[in-house]
Design a protein around this ligand. Structure first.
Ligand code: PLP
Length: 390
């Protein structure tokens, strides 16, 4: 059976060039980067090289890149430690949005338990933040504003530079979660003016379990792990050497291929969408079509359950998701689709397809054929229909 992977926003396969660079660091080049002898220093140099590569991808200085375990850790570190440090100076408020990843939403919940007021900004029907609402939410005691770069479910790309500019004008730290944007959008942190930015290796054809936080020089973010002097004393713990090497190589490839990647993936996305629109009635496309990640297609198929559709597609070898990978197991309606105003019964009929570097046109043709059949089948047995007034 054909296997089609259309969930590149959940994770990506490790590219062969990435794996080849990682392999020696499992075996002959295994030294602890903190050791003073040659094998250790070789590892330390490999980390420096990876830091340079990731810095180059986002227009940062290498010393502004701090490796950690994941995008989730980078989000927690940025938001919680900034808030806690500023609390000592009287801050007790943070601003984020309703469409953040749970790494951010749950950090907000944690801070609320710690006594912070948390403002969750709403979004319009395309998933875009209203800049005047953002500015109006800022208070004299606001510690940090954290709004994601690009949404993981609907692909909407937020106006990051303009949000950072507002934050700067009010002297508030600005953090963005760029886990989905990295490798899919041309990012230059200096031009954007962000203070802190989260990234993750496994979304850009690197390994899982490696992330990084960009900390603009001059931003005083306290460490959140305490121990050794790794990562300039900011993030203790023996480094994930192979992960860092892989992330570095993946970053290099992402930079070299950015233009062709965006072009190719956008073309595939638009081709898929055109086919689905032509062949399947009663659908709606969620998220902005103008400001959108190249590979994201989020579609509501009216009158059916997304989980049932997901299972039929899985039986045909096609991997897609309902909502984000982290929350799709919970079956609770997507907070992102809720925030853009999708009616609750339609949220349950929504599927995220994300295409990437290994997707082919043939994969998409097979998927559309299967989808057309599966949707028709589910609608024929559905208790709700257009006629029943849903
Ligand atoms: N932020 C966003 C927007 C994501 O999509 C994800 C992963 O899906 C994360 C954070 C978490 O990253 P990681 O899987 O590296 O913890």
């Amino acid at each position: 059976m054909r296997q089609v992977y259309l969930d590149y926003s959940a994770t990506t396969p490790v590219k062969n060039e990435v794996m080849q660079e990682m392999l020696p660091f499992f075996t002959e080049k295994f030294g602890n980067p903190s050791s003073l002898y040659t094998v250790g220093q070789d590892s330390k140099n490999a980390i420096s090289h990876a830091r340079e590569r990731l810095a180059a991808l986002i227009g940062a200085e290498p010393r502004e890149i701090f490796f950690c375990s994941s995008g989730t850790e980078a989000d927690n570190w940025a938001v919680i430690e900034t808030a806690m440090a500023k609390r000592a100076k009287g801050a007790k408020h943070i601003i984020t949005s309703k469409i953040e990843h749970h790494a951010l939403l749950h950090s907000g919940e944690y801070l609320a338990k710690e006594g912070f007021d948390v403002t969750y900004l709403g979004v319009d029907a395309d998933g875009l933040i209203d800049l005047s609402e953002l500015e109006a939410a800022i208070r004299p005691d606001t510690a940090i504003i954290s709004v994601m770069f690009a949404n993981n479910e609907i692909g909407t790309i937020e106006p990051v530079a303009r949000m950072a500019e507002i934050a700067k004008r009010h002297n508030v730290v600005f953090h963005t979660d760029a886990v989905q944007a990295l490798g899919n959008v041309d990012i230059n942190v200096k031009e954007l003016g962000v203070d802190l930015m989260s990234m993750s290796g496994h979304k850009i054809y690197g390994p899982k379990g490696i992330g990084a936080l960009y900390i603009r020089r001059g931003v005083a973010l306290p460490p959140h792990m305490h121990g050794g002097a790794q990562e300039s004393g900011k993030r203790a713990g023996t480094e994930n050497l192979t992960g860092i090497v892989g992330f570095g190589k993946a970053a290099e490839l992402a930079g070299a291929n950015l233009v062709s990647h965006i072009e190719r993936v956008t073309e595939l996305r638009d081709y898929f969408l055109e086919q689905v629109r032509a062949r399947i009635p009663d659908i709606r496309v969620n998220g902005s079509m103008e400001s959108r990640l190249p590979g994201n297609i989020n579609i509501t198929f009216k009158y059916i359950e997304g989980e049932a559709l997901l299972l039929l597609l899985d039986m045909a070898g096609i991997a897609v998701s309902t909502g984000s990978a982290c929350s799709s197991a919970s079956l609770s309606p997507s907070h992102v689709l809720e925030a853009i105003g999708v009616p609750v019964e339609e949220i349950h009929g929504s599927i995220r397809f994300t295409v990437g570097d290994f997707t082919t046109k043939e994969d998409l043709d097979y998927t559309v054929d299967t989808l057309e059949e599966a949707v028709a089948k589910l609608r024929s047995i559905s208790s709700v229909s257009k006629e029943s007034g849903w």
